[in-house]
Ligand binder design. Structure first.
Ligand code: NGQ
Ligand code: ZN
Length: 450
């Protein structure tokens, strides 16, 4: 049993001082006792760790490399071509090296778990590896090395566009039929079961890559665990869906598998007002990726209207162009301010915007990755971060001002320690294995970009 005394902590019931946290041998919280003051003192501000509900880890290695204007107008679609070209040079070792370092960076930034939307299954020619779970194993090994909590979401991808179009040559690495996918998923499940704190779901990639009958078959074949799907990120997808199916992507998903608590709709940027209402009234979550959506020019999700109707959401770092939990929440709020021309958009009257953003993403992220209960409470994983009480953006602050200072001013520079399943993985803002993971990552990048 580990016993810690948290100087200041955000508990489900609110801010508390001198909290004694008892953690059992597998890293779950056994007891939380506010005011008890027993145990090894952790100086600073303790927050429950956030789930990063949507990552494509390999894209971290191309961060910043798609910021040069092309010959024509750049868009999500031209970025995707560059991303495919970059991906063609990555094999299993490269995927693992990039993911391990990206996960260490996520931990340093305050994310204690990641939902890896994992769609690269085969070699660059589209041939399955000898073990169809090869790349799933690599993601699991990256999570093991870094210590991050993993929700592995093996992705099913069959087509190049809405209506069952053939995949392009660059998409061959993603493609499975239902039978091959079952083998990939089974191997992925075997890998996941070797890792404490890991779970598995499915990720039908999008209604571009998956037909409605395939979506229904997957939902039935895998009757438990999270179901993540990209939808309505770009107007072109919505138009193509209308043309082929006579309806919009999220309505099509609802008609096919319903809007259950298992479902996390990634992006939903261009959801219609009706789809947005129906999502908000359902137990499904929306996975917002505010930094990537800004970077790719996707558009602005109407988060204020969605949250006002009770919708739940979490955040993801998606393309990993930047890895910073606080910055995702800040970008989400700022997108609403820019669109609406007002301030403190996501908070109810007289509440801290940082507090509302943080708690919404905490609960929504845990639901989307099926990692409940969220927050520092008995039965949950002992996953938390410690903000530096001496950071210039935090000094003199109390209560929710600390969250506002972290989210709107400091960002990841204020993250001092991160603990996952009761183990300290980040100290003084640096992952304990950073030097080794970075040496490998740097050598790989030097080779890739030579
Ligand atoms: C992905 N990323 O799966 O990496 C996608 C691009 C696609 C984003 N949607 C591929 N941001 O959607 O076709
Ligand atoms: Zn994505």
């Amino acid at each position: 049993m580990t016993v810690l005394c948290l100087q200041t902590a955000l508990l489900p019931e609110g801010w508390s001082e001198g909290v004694t946290l008892r953690i059992d041998a597998d890293g779950r919280i056994a007891a939380v006792t506010p005011g008890a003051g027993e145990g090894e003192l952790l100086r600073g501000i303790v927050l429950p760790g956030l789930c990063n509900l949507h990552s494509h880890a390999f894209q971290r290695a191309m961060a910043g490399l798609a910021e040069v204007a092309g010959p024509g107008e750049d868009s999500f679609w031209s970025w995707r071509e560059l991303m495919y070209r970059f991906l063609a040079r990555l094999g299993p070792d490269e995927v693992e090296t990039i993911a391990a370092f990206a996960y260490a960076e996520m931990l340093e930034a305050g994310f204690t778990a990641v939902g890896e939307f994992h769609y690269v299954h085969h070699d660059p020619n589209g041939c399955p590896y000898a073990d169809p779970g090869e790349l799933s194993w690599r993601i699991v090994e990256a999570a093991r090395t870094s210590g991050i909590g993993l929700t592995l979401l093996p992705s099913f991808y069959a087509h190049g566009d809405v209506g069952g179009a053939a995949p392009s040559p660059a998409q061959r690495r993603f493609v499975c039929d239902l039978e091959l996918f079952a083998r990939v998923h089974e191997a992925a499940g075997r890998a996941v079961r070797t890792l404490s704190g890991a779970n598995i779901g499915i990720a039908p990639h999008s209604i571009r890559a998956v037909t409605p009958p395939q979506l229904r078959a997957l939902f039935e074949q895998f009757p438990s665990g999270p179901v993540h799907i990209h939808a309505s990120e770009q107007p072109r997808e919505v138009e193509a869906c209308r043309a082929v199916h006579g309806t919009t992507p999220i309505a099509l998903i609802e008609a096919t598998i319903g809007l259950s608590a298992r479902l996390c709709v990634i992006h939903a940027t261009h959801a219609s007002a009706e789809e947005r209402q129906r999502l908000a009234a359902s137990p499904a979550t929306v996975g917002l990726c505010p930094i990537t959506e800004a970077n790719l020019g996707d558009g602005i999700f109407p988060a204020v209207a969605y949250a006002a109707s009770g919708g739940s959401f979490g955040v993801g770092s998606d393309s990993n162009v930047q890895i910073d939990a606080a910055a995702e929440l800040r970008q989400l709020e700022y997108s609403q301010r820019l669109a609406l021309g007002r301030r403190n958009c996501l908070a109810e009257p007289m509440r801290s915007t940082g507090r509302v953003l943080f708690e919404s993403a905490l609960l929504g992220g845990a639901r989307a990755l099926d990692r409940q209960p969220a927050g520092l409470c008995p039965g949950g994983w002992a996953d938390f971060l410690v903000l530096d009480p001496d950071h210039p953006a935090l000094v003199g602050r109390r209560g929710d001002q600390l969250l506002d200072g972290w989210i709107f001013c400091a960002g990841k520079s204020a993250v001092k320690e991160v603990w996952v399943r009761g183990r300290r993985l980040v100290a003084d803002g640096r992952h304990l294995a950073r030097a080794r993971l970075f040496a490998r990552y740097r050598a790989l990048l030097a080779r890739l970009l030579a």
